[in-house]
Ligand binder design. Structure first.
Ligand SMILES: *Cc1c(COP(=O)(O)O)cnc(C)c1O
Length: 446
């Protein structure tokens, strides 16, 4: 799908293409998580050989400024020397004991100090965190119904892979084959940022609702910030009906701000979620995630309480060391740097698209942002769906050809790190006008 550019070496992705062929013979679609396959943008996914700071190097030796940062985790950039040294030392002490360790306690203390939770439990992926938080909410309340929003992704939990049924406040249908209807029959899917829909759902089903789960600021349909006061409204509505409010900060936690999205609304407005899920940045590039919250709710978890939850590698000493070292290095200056670099790129993207005559909206929350190729502000999944995916594919490949690795999907956030220095940012800024013209050309053809 890449526009043929006579200056490009046709062999520049030969090694990636060869690996992709081998990969497809032994792995479905050749990848271990679907979005990596470039299905939404066409072309061959680049196989990455190494990464340092803000840069990725692929198996053909091509270098890219990384605007994915492993889909969020690499807040300090790749191969940060202090994180590397701490991890190497941890590996030298053995990698898993199946017994408690000091780094788990230290990481839990760090999270409790920064985020609105009294206690945390570690798991190995964001999916496990949301799945466990929902089980705990159901166990705590003795109720079954879960409310979520269309366009919010909470990992591949059966009951959350649901699409809205016909009409509002009706129970959901499975979003994928393999999820039984019985798994989504207790899930209500509502439009994001829609207070009236939330009120109707609680009026109708309030005494059956165990919890409402939402991305603290959605990033998985592109960045769609909560409207002013929306998260507080959700927390208040849940409380009035005896349901728990689960804020999914797997993406935003320690990323949007030092305190996650909560630093932008809850900490300012003076409310706390009942439960919060974390992942990505808190694992420092390793498989680590967590859920936490109110002490009285968390104390219902085994072995303190009756709600069962466990994990062989949960709180793994290497992963918790990586996360702890990352969070300790994630000072206010890190967030200021990432925020400033993000602003430069946001503005440059908007200027380039405007100059090329491409309708677009740039939306941000804290240091996270997205560029939607659509004419009007996006406040929910329906709005996000109007983005021009064909134009985005052309934009994506033009950036890739000029050494910038964007998310290979029009519905994702762009992520930066403290390692994105002037050279990296300038590489992005220089590539944007070409990409904007490629997007415009794709729109003319369409
Ligand atoms: C990434 C993500 C998850 C799932 O985390 P995994 O580690 O991929 O299982 C859950 N919720 C949100 C908001 C995410 O962005």
């Amino acid at each position: 799908m890449s526009a043929a550019d006579p200056d490009l070496d046709p062999a520049r992705d030969a090694a990636s293409r060869a690996l992709f062929e081998r990969a497809r013979a032994v792995t479905p679609g050749g990848v271990n998580s679907p979005v990596r396959a470039f299905n939404a943008v066409g072309g061959t996914p680049r196989f990455i050989r190494s990464a340092r700071g803000a840069w990725l190097t692929d198996v053909d030796g091509q270098e890219y400024v990384d605007l994915i940062c492993s889909w969020g985790p690499m807040l300090l950039g790749h191969a940060h020397p202090e994180v590397q040294a701490a991890v190497a030392a941890a590996v030298g002490r053995g990698t898993s004991y199946g017994a408690p360790t000091e780094p788990e306690v230290e990481l839990a203390e760090e999270i409790v100090a920064r985020a609105p939770v009294d206690r945390v439990r570690f798991v190995s992926s964001g999916t496990e965190a949301t799945m466990s938080a929902i089980r705990l909410a159901r166990g705590f309340t003795g109720r079954d119904v879960v409310v979520k929003f269309a366009g919010c992704y909470h990992g591949h939990v059966d009951s959350l892979l649901a699409s809205a049924g016909s009409g509002l406040a009706t129970f959901a249908l499975p979003g994928t084959p393999g999820v039984p209807e019985s798994s989504t029959a207790l899930t209500l899917v509502l439009p994001y940022n829609d207070r009236a829909a939330v009120e109707r759902a609680f009026a109708e089903h309030g005494d059956r609702i165990a919890c409402l789960i939402t991305e603290a600021a959605p990033g998985n349909m592109g960045v769609v910030p909560p409207e002013a006061g929306f998260n507080r409204f959700l927390a208040d509505t849940c409380r009035r009906h005896g349901a728990l409010f689960i804020s999914d900060e797997v993406m935003t936690g320690f990323r949007a701000t030092r305190q996650g999205q909560w630093g932008l609304d809850g900490a300012v407005e003076g409310w706390r979620p009942d439960l919060v899920t974390f992942g990505k940045v808190m694992g420092g590039g390793f498989p680590a995630a967590a859920f936490g919250g109110r002490a009285d709710v968390m104390s219902q978890l085994a072995p303190e309480g009756p709600v069962y939850q466990a994990g062989t590698l949960s709180g793994n000493p290497v992963a918790t060391t990586a996360g702890l070292t990352t969070l300790r290095l994630a000072t206010n200056e890190v967030y200021e740097h990432v925020g400033a670099a993000a602003e430069t790129i946001r503005n440059a993207a908007s200027d380039a698209l405007a100059a090329a005559g491409v309708a677009h909206v740039v939306q941000a929350t804290g240091t996270m942002f997205s560029v939607f190729l659509t004419a009007t502000a996006v406040r929910d999944f329906e709005g996000a769906s109007r983005t021009d995916q064909t134009a985005y594919a052309a934009f994506f490949h033009a950036m890739l050809d000029r050494g910038v690795y964007l998310p290979p999907s029009a519905f994702e956030a762009w992520f930066l790190s403290s390692a994105h220095d002037d050279r990296a940012v300038q590489t992005v800024v220089d590539a944007l006008p070409h990409a904007a013209r490629a997007a415009a050309a794709a729109q003319e053809v369409a």
